[in-house]
Design a protein around this ligand. Structure first.
Ligand code: ADE
Length: 240
């Protein structure tokens, strides 16, 4: 998979590209990331990329001709072009799963107060990472790229990806490691006896419990398997 990021602040990606799992994925050729400074598409000597809003008002607006040139110069027929904006559809695991299937994605980051509305015509999708406003699209683009890259085969251990919160529509079950007893809090006995059938059932039940307690919205449209229905009933009895 190839990810191209159009930004005015390429240095913001230094840490992101040079640490941990993302660096490893790049080194292992699992993915390729290209950071493109779209200021170079500016048409004036002072390298401006924005201008005052038509009709007046505060702030500056990113120019559509510059972004159009930058997108055209860097896309191919395969590129899925995404504008990163608080006005986009709200990002979630299911969108991450669908982006993982693309051969090439391009993330276009706005900055400053806003961008010319016509920029929307040059992209295939618009994504927000949540209902709050950041200073620009750089951090959201890293969030999106990170969540997609970790889904690619061999980027991380396969089982950790399939056990994640949301990967099966539920929050992840609680995890423990040594010490077995700490400040009066003990690791549940069932995790210490090596009975894999009981451990699997415990994990499914606790995953359901966490989801029911913290994110009941995730259970609303879920078709519960027979075992899940039984365990959820037990949880509700226990809570009563
Ligand atoms: N740019 C600024 N805030 C944003 C958000 N919440 N999501 C995506 N892009 C943004």
């Amino acid at each position: 998979m190839k990810i191209k990021i159009l930004t005015l602040f390429p240095k913001m990606y230094d840490g992101f590209l040079n640490e941990s799992i993302i660096k490893r994925a790049i080194d292992k050729n699992i993915c390729e990331i290209e950071i493109i400074d779209f200021r170079k598409y500016s048409k004036d000597k002072s390298h401006h990329v924005d201008d005052t809003p038509c009709g007046g008002g505060a702030g500056m607006v990113l120019k559509c001709d510059i972004l159009d040139d930058a997108i055209n110069d860097n896309k191919s027929d395969k590129t899925y072009k995404i504008l990163v904006t608080p006005q986009g559809r709200v990002f979630n695991q299911s969108i991450a799963n669908s982006l993982k299937e693309k051969e090439e994605i391009m993330l276009v980051c706005g900055h400053y107060e806003g961008f010319d509305e016509r920029i929307r015509m040059f992209v295939d999708d618009e994504i927000s990472i949540g209902d709050y406003v950041l200073t620009g699209g750089e951090i959201p683009s890293m969030v999106i790229a990170d969540s997609v890259i970790r889904l690619i085969d061999n980027a991380i251990n396969k089982e950790s990806a399939s056990d994640d919160s949301f990967s099966n529509g539920l929050l992840e079950y609680p995890q423990y490691t040594r010490p077995i007893s700490y400040k009066g809090m003990d690791v549940p006995e069932v995790l210490l006896n090596g009975n894999h059938k009981l451990i699997r059932e415990y994990r499914l039940k606790e995953s359901l419990r966490k989801t029911y307690e913290r994110r009941p919205d995730l259970l609303k449209d879920r078709k519960l398997a027979k075992e899940e229905g039984k365990l959820l009933k037990e949880i509700m009895e226990e809570i009563k």
